[in-house]
Design a protein around this ligand. Structure first.
Ligand SMILES: [Mn+2]
Length: 354
């Protein structure tokens, strides 16, 4: 049985171009600091598989190379890296120019190579250009009786220009575990007897990378594969929809989880509401977040019975309901008003939730 730490898509030195320069620089420092957490998670593992896009681009700060080397030095396991589309191997790539130490194996060829260890065979290949044709097609393990792993960057989207990996190629490979990168949301799949997984990116960088991020700890032998998601403590991006109601500030406060101070939130106000004062809301709520934006997606409140006098379908419908409403008791009134609101919203083509 071997224990693997599988991570990918660090995207170190991302531009964070939506942030002001000093905040972007601070986010890049946080990316480097996340490697220290990662080193702690690698404790007790025999292998560390890193499936590409460790760097966001060819432009890498010296601070980042040093942080990565400190991470590698802190890990006692063998480390395997398969460069991806963001950090593909090209002249001047830090993968080729830096001395990464003895335990770090970087797959520098775009055809699959094998490294034999006592406990298993580790296969891998690296991107040598931004786009790569399928690299797994036709691959078979050399020795099906051994424990066979591969580290690779690519995805399952047919016609993907980033090393399209077909379910058939995975199922035919004879691999026990295929450690993939490229998809930024964690996912474990199985094709044939091969388990393949994308751990997702190491930390969220925008509202297209929401929720908790982390790595997989994999326990593997010839008969079983267990994957466990280990989250990293990093800033989260979250999008939250809140029905504005009569008091949007109270509605947002009621909808928020307790701890949001480290996180980046986008709050969408929905439903019917009178004019929402966005700057005042953001001022009141900003101290509870690392960053916050509130968007007003509400529609104006309509006087419920305003159209009851009109000679239209809406007018006739509302007049009938209004007559019932006027003679009803309190409980019935609430139900009748809710029915009037619902049907007028439907007549306006608005989305309603029941
Ligand atoms: Mn990526």
């Amino acid at each position: 049985m071997i224990r693997i730490l599988h991570a990918a898509d660090f995207h170190l030195d991302s531009a964070f171009s939506s942030l002001p320069p000093e905040k972007a620089a601070s986010r890049r420092r946080e990316q480097r600091a996340a490697l220290e957490q990662l080193a702690a998670l690698c404790e007790g593992c025999d292998l560390v598989l890193l499936s590409g896009d460790l760097f966001d681009s060819a432009r890498v700060y010296r601070d980042t190379l040093d942080a990565l080397k400190r991470f590698f030095a802190a890990v006692s396991a063998e480390i395997f890296i398969a460069p991806g589309n963001h950090d593909y191997l090209t002249q001047g790539s830090p993968y080729l120019t830096e001395d990464w130490g003895e335990r770090v194996h970087i797959f520098t060829s775009n055809t699959v190579e094998r490294v034999r260890l006592d406990a298993c065979d580790v296969y891998g290949a690296g991107f040598t250009a931004q786009e790569m044709p399928p690299m797994l097609d036709g691959f078979r393990v050399n020795d099906p009786d051994r424990l066979n792993l591969m580290v690779l960057h690519g995805d399952l989207q047919p016609n993907s220009v980033y090393n399209y990996i077909s379910a058939e190629a995975v199922a035919a490979s004879g691999l026990d575990y295929l450690a993939l990168g490229h998809v930024h949301k964690g996912e474990v799949r199985q094709f044939g007897k091969t388990v393949c997984a994308w751990p997702g990116c190491l930390m969220g960088r925008g509202f297209d990378e929401c929720g908790e991020k982390g790595v997989y700890k994999v326990t593997l032998d010839k008969s079983a594969c267990k994957t466990e998601f280990l989250p990293l403590r990093t800033r989260k991006y979250e999008i939250l929809s809140v029905d504005a109601g009569d008091d949007p500030l109270a509605a947002i406060r009621a909808a928020l989880p307790a701890q949001t101070g480290d996180d980046c939130y986008r709050i969408l106000l929905t439903g019917e509401s009178d004019a929402v004062d966005l700057p005042a809301l953001e001022r009141a709520l900003a101290p509870r977040f690392y960053s916050l934006s509130v968007r007003d997606c509400t529609v104006p409140k309509q006087a419920l019975w305003a159209a009851a006098g009109d000679d239209t379908l809406r007018g006739h419908f509302l007049r009938d309901l209004k007559e019932q409403y006027d003679t009803a008791d309190e409980g019935q009134r609430r139900r009748i008003a809710a029915a009037a609101k619902l049907v007028t919203a439907l007549m306006d083509g608005r989305e309603v939730s029941l």
